[in-house]
Design a protein around this ligand. Structure first.
Ligand code: ADP
Length: 543
């Protein structure tokens, strides 16, 4: 077996030189470029001899030597210091640290002979025992100083890390809060906007039907424009509502067995008049081994409608649109292909982000289905969310500007089984936490709820030990109001409870309490006496 020599050295040229000399003399050569790597290599290969550069960065050669000699099965490995530093203190220090000898640099013709001498058993000693104590003392002092410096550096780095972590946490909390606010805003505003729009639209429709008397042509023209724009606005509000709905994790998904061909035919039928008026060719392409698939037909219909509407919007007259389905082992993939304006690669993913549109105002035309009529950037994020609830994906391909695009939405083939599993899971009881409101379990006595009653102090003292409930009730009767405010603020700012709906129960209705608490972000406020139906309605609305 050949003799293994490990050279721990940070200088590349020295390594090349020593490797050449040792290998040409039949030694098996290994290298490590720093102290820690050297220790690991030594453990791994168990060399017969280690050549140790003393001036290594980070851990010095002295320290690496002490470390290696402290490892039981490496205790007898010969370690020879190799350094250009020829002063006697360095030599003595190397031997005190555990080196068996010392070879000065530069590496010359005699190098191999010196290595062989050490392999044959040569061992250098310190010049005197007194001297040994002095050198060891100096060596330990140096080590302690180095250690102290490292501890200081680490403590500083640690406190910097801690403060960075704290600011990230604060930003994170803020982001979560903003996200929640945005979600609430989107769902409330879309709901609030739709109601007046329906009323306005109703009156305009009636007026155009001459329900309020014959209209003069100018007024009819103006009202027709209003009608068109109200329709557009309702479309946008519907998109926002759908978008908000799809983000809700409790969304109701209805799976059924759907005939793929009928589904696509039904879809296309709606668009035939537009295809014809825009002189667009259209075809259906289905390559699926099975005729049926399982998915939520309404949601997928909506997703495909968005894709076809886009294809129509972004394809010039005379172009062609293909709607179809194919499959791979896991998924049914629906697609809409057009010969339209195409998409540059950098936008292929971004267009699925909410409110993202490729802004090029020169492309904006008015009209819902005209070529290049711009939109609001929600259509594709709705498609993405619909894919997500089917455990699938949505993506686009295009070879670039004016080269057409293909949009895909996939549905996982096991979606039906997954959803069935999820439904059995969601039948698990809903967890409701009630603080100082023990009657809660009486009101909500049912198999659907698990109501846990706790007293205020126990909750405040052990807040982290409670699992996240679907609703939290808090009775504030006879509590110090300032403390209640502080407590609720801390809940609304805590990562764990910030999205839990909080229902406050009060002794009797107090307008000041109420408005202050709503401004903190509580979801509901009810005063005694409590009506069971009201409580049930509230619970239902949050679950
Ligand atoms: P919009 O309502 O603006 O169409 P979408 O979310 O549906 O919103 O689409 C986002 C953007 O993706 C569009 O503004 C458009 O730039 C691009 N896009 C979508 N579909 C196509 C398509 N078939 N061809 C070219 N670009 C498209």
């Amino acid at each position: 077996m050949s003799t293994k020599i490990l050279y721990i050295e940070d200088n590349y040229y020295n390594i090349v030189l020593v490797k050449k000399i040792l290998e040409s003399n039949g030694f098996e050569f290994y290298e490590a470029r720093n102290g820690l790597e050297g220790v690991e290599k030594a453990k791994e290969i168990k060399p017969d001899l280690i050549l140790m550069d003393i001036n290594l960065p980070e851990l010095s050669g002295f320290e690496v030597t002490t470390k290696i000699k402290s490892i039981k099965y490496l205790k007898n490995v010969k370690i020879i210091a190799v350094t250009a530093d020829v002063n006697s203190e360095t030599r003595e220090k190397a031997i005190a640290a555990g080196c068996d000898g010392y070879i000065p640099k530069p590496i010359d013709n005699n190098f191999v002979n010196k290595v062989k001498e050490f392999l044959a058993g040569k061992k250098e000693k310190l010049s005197s025992e007194n001297y040994e104590i002095k050198v060891l003392k100096k060596y330990s002092e140096d080590l302690v100083n180095k250690l102290e410096k490292k501890v200081r550096e680490l403590t500083k780095a640690n406190s910097e890390l801690e403060s960075a972590y704290k600011s990230i946490q604060a930003v994170n909390k803020r982001l979560l809060l903003l996200n929640k606010m945005e979600e609430n805003f989107v769902s409330i505003s879309s709901h609030e906007l739709r109601t007046p729009l329906v009323v306005i639209k109703g009156f305009i429709d009636l007026a155009l039907d001459n329900s309020f008397g014959e209209l003069n042509p100018k007024l009819r023209n103006a009202l027709s424009m209003c009608q068109k724009n109200i329709d557009k606005l309702m479309h946008i509000v519907d998109d926002i509502t759908d978008f908000a709905k799809l983000r809700d994790s409790n969304i109701n998904v209805v799976v059924s067995e759907v005939d793929i061909f009928n589904f696509i035919e039904e879809l296309i039928k709606e668009y035939v008049p537009i295809f014809e008026s825009r002189n667009l060719n259209y075809q259906i392409e289905i390559e699926c081994s099975s005729k049926k698939a399982y998915f939520d037909k309404n949601f997928l219909f909506q997703a495909m409608q968005n894709l076809i509407t886009n294809a129509i919007k972004y394809t010039p007259d005379g172009g062609s649109i293909t709607v179809g389905a194919k499959e791979n082992s896991d998924e049914i993939i629906f697609f809409v292909k057009d010969t339209g304006i195409g998409i540059e690669e950098e936008y292929l993913e971004k267009i699925f982000n909410k409110f993202f549109v490729i802004s090029d105002s020169s492309h904006y035309f008015s009209g819902e289905y005209e070529f290049l009529a711009g939109g609001k950037g929600l259509g594709l994020s709705i498609v993405k969310n619909i894919a997500k609830i089917h455990n699938g994906k949505a993506w686009a391909e295009s070879k670039g500007r004016n080269k057409g695009s293909i949009f895909y939405i996939s549905v996982n083939k096991n979606f039906k089984t997954n959803i069935e599993k999820k439904m059995t899971l969601s039948e698990d009881k809903k967890y409701i936490l009630s603080i100082d409101f023990p009657e809660c379990s009486e009101y909500l006595k049912s198999d659907m709820y698990e109501v846990v009653n706790v007293d205020y102090n126990r909750f405040v003292d052990n807040i982290d030990s409670f699992r996240i409930p679907q609703i939290l009730f808090l009775d504030i009767s006879d509590k110090n109001f300032d403390n209640v405010v502080i407590f609720l603020k801390s809940l609304k700012e805590s990562e764990k409870f910030m999205s839990v709906p909080i229902v406050v129960i009060d002794k009797d209705s107090n307008i000041v309490n109420k408005s202050n608490l709503f401004s903190i972000g509580i979801e509901e406020y009810i005063s005694r006496p409590i009506q069971s139906e009201v409580l049930h309605e509230i619970v239902k609305s949050f679950l």
